[in-house]
Design a protein around this ligand. Structure first.
Ligand SMILES: [Zn+2]
Ligand SMILES: [Zn+2]
Length: 227
């Protein structure tokens, strides 16, 4: 569904990916493994072809965001961009940490399923750093927001006052919160990332697992003040 002109939120299993339709066509995140055909179906539904996809940006390496990347890169032949800190994991050069590692019971329960859940190695064509510009929306840029994972990135489009935070924040019962303590690698770092996001003049906040929120700057500043 189109949540702002040219900004689409596409539901995949357990999360959302975003399609940015400006002069370039950019997909933010790839969903869990098996999401490729669903995402490409959405593209066709809005009259675009998978071949028009210019870039797939991954907000971080968790399997619910990067799992569909290998399949999509193959089907759409689009390059993949991710933060420099996570590129070696995504390429399979370093083993990815168990995403459930901070929740013992869940880690044990999920462990036999990991071979089917974890992302398959994928080519990372563009290694991103804080402040890098991206196509898709006017002025779109990378904001490095580590904490949930070391290479978590948010994307900010100042002309639209739109901020996509992936899993760097949660939005529950009308309240903005730090990322899940069960799935985040460093909560102190996550709190520092909130300070960074609070300096932006964002209006609309988009999350991977929650509906969008308005009044982004006000909510971010109040979270930053209490964090
Ligand atoms: Zn995550
Ligand atoms: Zn997630």
């Amino acid at each position: 569904m189109e949540i702002l002109p040219g900004v689409h939120r596409i539901g995949v299993l357990g999360s959302s990916v975003f399609l940015l339709e400006g002069r370039s066509l950019v997909l933010v995140d790839a969903g869990p493994r098996g999401s490729g055909s669903r995402i490409l179906r959405y593209l066709r539904h809005i009259g675009r072809s998978p071949r028009e996809l210019d870039l797939i940006v991954l907000t971080h390496y968790h399997p619910d965001h990067a799992g569909g990347a290998a399949e999509l890169a193959r089907l759409a032949r689009a390059p993949i961009a991710a933060h420099v800190a996570e590129a070696p994991y995504l390429r399979g050069e370093i083993g990815m940490p168990n995403p459930f590692v901070r929740h013992q019971a869940l880690a044990a329960a999920a462990s036999p399923l990991l071979p089917w859940i974890m992302p398959q190695p994928v080519r990372v064509d563009v290694e991103l750093e804080d402040g890098d510009g991206l196509p898709g929306l006017e002025g779109l840029r990378v904001v490095h927001t580590p904490g949930h994972t070391p290479g978590s990135i948010s994307l900010y489009a100042p002309a639209r006052r739109l901020l996509l935070v992936g899993d760097a924040l949660e939005w529950k019962r009308g309240e903005l919160r730090l990322p899940s303590r069960f799935f985040s690698e460093d909560l102190e770092e996550a709190a520092r990332s909130v300070q960074k996001l609070a300096s932006l003049d964002a209006r609309t906040l988009c999350f991977s697992h929650f509906p969008p929120a308005d009044q982004a700057a006000r909510r971010l500043r109040s979270l930053a003040a209490g964090a």
